[in-house]
Ligand binder design. Sequence first.
Ligand code: BGC
Ligand code: BGC
Length: 995
Amino acid sequence: MPPPESYELRRGKYSKLDAPADDDTPTRQSFDSNASSYEDLDEFDPLNYDAGTLKQKRSTGDLRARRKASFKDAEFAEKRGIQRRSRFTPGKLCCSLVLLFVAATVLLLSAGGIWAWKSAPQDGQSPPWYPSPKGGTDPAWAESYKKAAELVKQMTLVEKVNITTGTGWSMQMCVGNTGPVPRLKFPALCLQDGPLGLRFADNSTAFPAGITVGATWNKDLMYQRGRAHGKEARGKGIHVLLGPAMGPLGRMPAGGRNWEGFGSDPVLQGIAAAQTIKGIQEEGVIATAKHYVLNEQEHFRQAWEWATPNAISSNIDDRTLHEVYAWPFADSVRAGVASIMCSYNQVNNSYACQNSKLMNGVLKDELGFQGFVQSDWLAQRSGVASALAGLDMTMPGDGIKWADGKSLWGAQLTKAVLNGSVPVDRVDDMVTRIVAAWYQLGQDDTKTWPLQPPDGDGGPNFSSWTNEEIGLLHPGSTDKSTGVVNKFVNVQEDHGKIARRVAAEGTVLVKNIDNLLPLDRNGWKEEDKAGKDMKYRVGIFGEDARLNEDGINDCKDRGCNIGTLASGWGSGAVEFPYLIEPLAALRSAFSNESVYVTDYPENKLPKDKQILEDQDVCIVFANADAGEGFMKWGGIRGDRNDLFLQKDSDKLVQDVAKGCGKGKGDVIVVIHTVGPVILENWIDMPSVKAVLIAHLPGQESGNALADIMFGDVNPSGRLPYTIAKKEKDYGPGGKILYLPNSLVPQQNFTEGLYIDYRHFDKKDIAPRYEFGFGLSYTTFHLSSLLISPRQPKTPLPAARPSGLEPPSYPTDIPDPKSALFPPGFKKLEKYIYPYISSTDGIKKSKVQASQLLSPLSPAGGAQGGNPDLYTTVLTVSAVVTNIGTVDGDAVIQLYVSFPSDYKDPETGTPVDFPVRVLRGFEKLSIPAQQQGPIPGVKGSEHGGGMNRKNVQFEVTRKDLSYWDSVRGNWIMPTTGEFEIGVGFSSRNLPLTGRW
Ligand code: BGC
Ligand code: BGC
């Protein structure tokens, strides 16, 4: 049948976004192409799709039938993919990468290979899951859904569509803005980045990045940072905060955006994300768990951004998806997250934002997600297919090209409903989800969220597009109307304190020979003083010690590595309100009277080495930066090119280590970094006595560093990833795909569960510093492991509970005339509206809705999945004692090893498990042993036990289960024994027990 009208394509030339620039200029990746190969994007008619063998009764139960059913059946998206690919016209592209790739392809073809075609992805690699589950099934959201249903009931089709569709890039004040329903006082929503602060905003805090937060292993601090972040967002009128990020998870250590998340382990990511979400949402702001899912690298993340006509496909098996990459999203949903952002990339050759298995199946059915799914900015690649697959909101609203104003939804969604392509109840569900999220966070309270103009002065009080008070109201359009756009509301409060604590606690001390650290502000320590009559001489080296001389916010979106590194770059970066320079902070901390500080904050040392020779201690700064793939700097296009320190810092450290104090000086290395760096070029040099990995500290950089270096804060950061001796040690899966390997770049996650420490453990590779490792200025001792079972071992969780009945509305298709532009309506150019211009050709299509009724997952039933998965099965406790001389924070980690030689009892198939997996952690402040009785403290006369604390863990059913893709459920092994390890890192587990 001919494509329904709603699929009509708006063709246009791809416009060049930016002039090509030198490698050193931060730019949006630019490319030039006339090759619009999207002609057919909406041609495929999902309603005509034959669900074939998949017609089956919806039931909660064994999924085997469904799995066997037909993986050959293409998901709608796959079909599109194939059609698009066949129209790929490489000759018109001018990106060097692609030219190279095309040339290579031609060469291979001419060599007789059919490689290029063979390498084209298979159809139907992602199973279909339809229809989209409706929100409103969870009691925790019941009130909000009730209110939402009341409101949505009164909405017209165009009003509904207005809420689902962004108004277009930079059409209003925020990076994402939806249309309002003024008649019912439902506001335009403001969506703003990002995970470490408020992007493009003034007078707000530049918090430490996610990776620094992960390195604190401090749940309370994670929560507090989230809360402060949420409060600042509310103060600026932001409804939806675009964070936290938990994908990329960190499969590839060089991944450009790993620093936005919390570290390379699902449990660490999941806990940190949940704590952050609770904090943000307790302030009434909708948090966004992003990017769902498998956007593990920047190269090829988006169609066209890297000149390839389609985004990379991350190809993964069901078990790995569940046990690793979807895990933190499950924790986020369980924490009540109200929005999730689907990612740019494809998963199993179906775009994440139109992948029904991921959105309808995993997210909405199995994980019971009650909020709304929004697309990453331009990650939506189809209209109808994305709607049916579970997308609820398109951002920023534009179509397949940046800022084109030609939405795949907006009027197109209105038409698709009018002609029956998108069922009315799907749009109703989209809107109900969004409105329910708004109620769930209390955003209907007009005291906290004043009504928007003309009824009040609510809404965002800042502009993402200018720093002036008065500015354009719709900068993305040709419209010239202006108004007050920046009110410069200061929302910082005392959040700098939280930022400083996170930065200090996220600093990991990995080496400290002879207790060189902490330093003494007065120079020589008591024990070294004898015979030293000169001042203590400190030399500070490295560009990373100082600020960027052109200004702390000189590079857009922090897209350069100049001066001290306190943030990665891209949409996850913010403007610094101030940035405490490490050099200045250290300099002012030392006493002038007894210490002489010299600095040379450059990476190239002067010829005359005296500046090095005249020191007792040398502090050398080095760094490694990365960021989002729409910018590049210094030859780095998002993902790092290697894991070494950047800007010749390895050589700098070596030179300082050789020359400091004529070989007698002590060297402290301070590293600011987005992730793991290879330290082998100098780590074993004898003068390198102390090394601090200070991650990305945010605005309080220098202060936090001084806190650690002078011992005001005892280091308690632990590595949220493994530091290898060489990049290869991370395994083949740890390597970024820098060049396309197929017309649609393919990345196979064949290493499965074995990323980061799981890979090192499996292959028995010694890392330099293992996951979870970090030193303290004191010493902790662990004893008295107690494992107490609370439940018997049983293979399956309890049956899925049935949920509430979601709201329902009349499903009649409205009269098309009701969707026409109101007479005399003044349109802004490129602004995205829900109205249609004409009713010509809109007739209800004859095809029936898809027959597919995917069975409900037995692993579902509540937010985060079947509630029984979160039943405590074991409690584990131990005693931690501070046996050193200073107070400190201990991070106690719990790892689980699954039974060895385990075979699935039903199938007899051996199931492979990682050597051990992190399942919990606790951070405890423990004072040092008291020397004498503390007045007034009972028991302290005996040493008191004050320096001892009990640590307790609750291990859940999910923690002790694996995902069985045949049964589609979490299975707990009931034969063999689990090993529970409690200790200080993934390779230092002094206590182990069996169950
Ligand atoms: C990023 C998202 C971000 C969005 C809005 C995208 O390019 O991937 O993380 O939230 O832009 O700026
Ligand atoms: C925007 C980002 C967005 C990116 C997408 C940039 O120009 O500032 O918000 O994430 O484009 O490619």
